[in-house]
Design a protein around this ligand. Structure first.
Ligand code: NAI
Length: 342
């Protein structure tokens, strides 16, 4: 049977533990995939290479799909963030993070179903920083018309395909009149010209955060520039059970990298404590993406089986410690595999 090659990057910290579980579940669910393993982050550095080796980049460019564990970026040693580099080099301009209440997972809300669309290449993450004079440093926020329009188009197209009703743009255009002003203006323009059937709501982000915490079910799709998207993703993860349950995808016109929202969690690494669900959910997103991109219904079948199995495992009370249970990383993987056949 033909398989689709996918680049797998185990990553650092809890990365190898959660990717190992995802790979076992994918194999048990007969996902038609084969793996091309590459390193990034500390793991690549320890191999004597760069934090983001050329071979890793080229492999992703070639296979066009990757499943990635979190990578640690060493702080303050002149290393640019691996994730920012990857997203920029491969032009993965749209980050998508579905945030949903899950069966059996106790959290503050029971009816959250929102999707964060984050611009992934511009804003303060452009990394243009300099020391103006000793004691004064500066970071430049960059917004381009092309970039703002591109992510607005992507978000409205995505919302239409997913039958979503409303996009909320959160911004700070009252203060950052040019950069956030452009982001807002392009969203309004794309909406008015091409997608009048979807509601567009705009909101200053500080008030938006309060509304998210008070009543998250009023939101449908959130469209955010880079830094706001980063911060609000973790805030929204907190609404549904934490970082262990929020998956993500970084998507461009020529490929995609699927990874959880969480980082390498050095505080729990190597202790069988990490929740592998966020990466497993990211793998399900990847299979659904491939079902469309590669027109292979087997990918959708595997995705549906895995999703049903983890929902059943959660509803049966199979929970890792971050969710109040006592299962280890591997045992949660076993619980999902046991439920793959219904
Ligand atoms: P983090 O997401 O790694 O951890 C924050 C807290 O959430 C920690 O208490 C951690 O134990 C917990 N947590 C995270 N994932 C979990 C999981 N799957 N199961 C159970 N608990 C989980 O964020 P932090 O501490 O800010 O960053 C640590 C490192 O990760 C840094 O080097 C950072 O640069 C990197 N990072 C990498 C990302 C990526 O590769 N996509 C994304 C975010 C951070």
């Amino acid at each position: 049977m033909a398989t689709h090659p996918v680049v797998i990057i185990p990553g650092d910290g809890i990365g190898p533990e959660v990717t190992a579980v995802a790979l076992r579940v994918l194999e048990a669910a007969e996902a038609p995939l084969s793996w091309v393993t590459h390193k990034a982050g500390i793991a690549a550095l320890e191999d004597g290479g760069d934090v983001l080796p050329q071979a890793t980049l080229e492999a992703i460019e070639h296979e066009r799909v990757a499943l990635k564990g979190p990578c640690t970026t060493p702080v303050g040693k002149g290393f640019a963030s691996i994730n920012v580099q990857l997203r920029k080099r491969l032009n993965l301009y749209a980050a998508v993070r579905p945030v949903r209440s899950l069966p059996g997972v106790r959290s503050r809300y029971e009816d959250v179903d929102l999707i964060i669309v984050r611009e992934n290449t511009e804003g303060l993450y452009s990394g243009v920083e300099n020391e103006v004079v000793p004691g004064v440093v500066m970071s430049m926020k960059v917004a381009t018309e092309v970039g703002c329009r591109r992510i607005a188009h992507w978000a409205f197209r995505f919302a239409t395909q997913r039958r979503r009703r409303k996009i909320t743009v959160m911004h700070k255009a009252n203060i950052m009149k040019l950069t956030d002003g452009l982001f807002l203006q392009e969203a309004e323009r794309v909406h008015a010209h091409e997608y009048p059937n979807i509601d567009l709501e705009t909101m200053i982000i500080d008030a938006g955060c309060m509304k998210l915490v008070q009543n998250p079910s009023q939101f449908d799709v959130l469209l955010l520039e880079n830094l706001y998207g980063d911060v609000v993703s973790d805030l929204c993860a907190g609404l549904v059970g934490g970082l262990g349950v929020v998956p993500g995808a970084n998507i461009g016109d020529r490929g995609a990298i699927f990874e959880a929202v969480h980082g390498s969690a050095p505080d729990i690494a190597g202790r069988d404590l990490a929740n592998p669900l966020a990466l497993l959910m990211s793998a399900v997103m990847m299979l659904n993406y491939m079902a469309d991109e590669r027109e292979d219904p087997r990918c959708k079948q595997s995705a549906d089986r895995i999703k049903a199995a983890y929902n059943k495992a959660l509803a049966d009370g199979c929970l890792t410690r971050d969710l109040g249970g006592d299962l280890g990383t591997r045992a949660f993987g076993d619980a999902v595999i046991e439920r793959l056949n219904g």
